[in-house]
Design a protein around this ligand. Sequence first.
Ligand code: GLA
Length: 765
Amino acid sequence: MNFKKRTNFLFGVLLLTGSLLAQNVCVSTPKTSLVLSAPEGGTLRHLYYGNRLSEADLQNISAAEANHAAYPEYGLNAPVETALAVKHADGNMTLQLEVLNVTTEKEGNAVTTVVALKDKVYPFFVNVCYRAWQDADVIESWTEISHQEKKPVVLNQFASGYLPIRRGDVWLSHLSGSWANEGVLTQEPLTPGMKVIKNKDGVRNSHTDHAEVMFSLDGRPQENTGNVIGAALCYSGNYKLRIETHDDEYHHFFAGINEENSTYSLKKDELFRTPELALTYSNEGLSGGSRNFHRWARLHKLAHGTTPRKILLNSWEGVYFDINQQGMDQMMADIASMGGELFVMDDGWFGDKYPRKNDSSSLGDWVVDKNKLPNGIEGLLSDAKKHGVKFGIWIEPEMANTTSELYEKHPDWVLKASERDVVLGRGGTQVVLDLANPAVQDFVFGVVDNLMTSYPEIDYIKWDANMSVQNHGSQYLTKDNQSHMYIEFHRGFEKICQRIRAKYPDLTIQACASGGGRANYGVLPYFDEFWVSDNTDALQRVYMQWGTSYFFPAIAMASHISAAPNHQTFRTIPLKYRIDVAMSGRLGMEIQPKNMTEEEKALCKNAIAEYKTIRPVVQLGDIYRLLSPYDKQGVASLMYVASEKDKAVFYWWKTEHFCNQHLPRVKMAGLCADKQYRVHELNRIDNVPLNYEGKSFSGAYLMANGLEIPYNHKVDYHKQNDYSSRVKVNLSGVKVRFMGTVGTVGTASLLSHTRMYINNVRVMK
Ligand code: GLA
């Protein structure tokens, strides 16, 4: 870190406390302030995080707020939870960090503040760093740890950041789940004891618990009111979030790399940089916190975050491994005829000695299977050109199968414990490559580089990762450093991503990891989007995408129209509903078009055309979640509003269906009260338009009253949804769809609103 380039900067107020010059440091974004006390030679203390403070309040903040060590270290107040715990070269287990100096630097739209700390006795250093965005209300914090002791220092605990949160009626919102059921929202009050949210997968970290949370500070979480702190750990690997509620007035929140089985031996002069912990604060409820994260993500944290995405067809659920030239050509023709812009060939295209027929072979052998694709990728690219769509391809470059030429040649390239047989994953033969090994990093970079140098027209890569680290063992790291394996794997992964982005800045890359295993801000700087889940069932997607939207913007959430019955839940959901759900994220298709009727294709063609008209609002607009599917009121609803508030899209999905049920009327949000919005329904299937089709209403009216949405679609009798029932159900699923737009022309505003239709109902087994 280059301190010379930084300017010493006195923030806020100077106070004399005893013999110490107490320097208050104010880290600010447009609407928030984080205040620290950083007296030279004293302890770095946290004073305040919340709405942006006025100069006057800043003057007296030290008198009003309790203070806590801003980066608590272990040793001289041993009973408390800590962020950092080490064993010095001489065996001493304690730290006593004092402020050396504070520096700031402006880098583009961010101001970075670094508080340099040093142990009172040992040559052990910690920089506590804050990057405050000036165009998004997010502060990223991280630490840089180093020392000049004679021998390595062992890092036992090394959180990225810590935040004290005043007790009261504080509720935590967080995501958990599993494969095909990602992003499940849980909201719970914080109670005494330790709440731990963690991941130990090794490769993927968001199938189960997520490394992002929100704290609602004034009681039960509300979407559009109340004070909220959001936190997102920007890391692709194992993490641990801890919230301790003990015997004082604060909840103590820590977030960082999961140190379990990962103690780190830090060499003299080596710099250990912890991943960023991104913090946001909003007084507009959970949706306000989400809007802050989304804006920051689009502007600073997501590859190509402000470029609208192409509408694509992915081959996976259409043909699975059954790839062939003619089939790909037909799918490209079909997506082109429906107005799509990109075709992605998924798994099954590669392998020479061991052709990829199923998931038990060939990963690592990234050469075209000439039996399936005699004209190679050239042939596919020329088909894509013929049909006027772009072409994308699936790879899983961090992995191999033991049945592969790669593994035959390099058995030492996989993660495996010495003295043990390797434990195998997917297909009974999958193994994880050892990304700590620079030769393996070159190989993985080469997978992308070879494809892109041979076929520069490739527009999109779906990068998959379908296995956990089962085997604790790097064949590259020394015996002494085996506990570095998880960290070195992710350093290796990041180095590869950086090389790819340096050479291929324009390539679109999707992070897929058995579905939503890589929805995290550690990977997103290098990826354009992620696959939310392998589960494409539209009803379950309402729930999964609801949760995922807490932290990630729609532009990053790949959401595809798939077949009925659904391949994961076997639920039959009418196409209208499937379309209306997929259109609330980055729209795509995951289906075999040749099995669709002409009527279905026409519906999709129309939907794609309509999506193009709302794409900037969905992908770049502000989210307002209105009615949660988790509230079990039979309907879920959200909307996106363009930043100029001249256009909005409103979604309404029925989630339960009963005869003569009574659903709440949903009030809109985020509009401009005194603008008029003309309502227009998208994807209409009803025989007659809604009463208010084409009519205008003020934002004030729509936000105070909402619009009455009919519970059923008025369609011909034979098109009405059937109700099949079975006994033994947890839930009776109703699918309603409806979607509409509201808009005005000329100088007036446009708002789109969704209108509902009841689709079919069926009871699940
Ligand atoms: C994973 C992905 C799927 C698909 C398959 C291919 O499961 O999540 O979308 O790409 O791999 O094997």
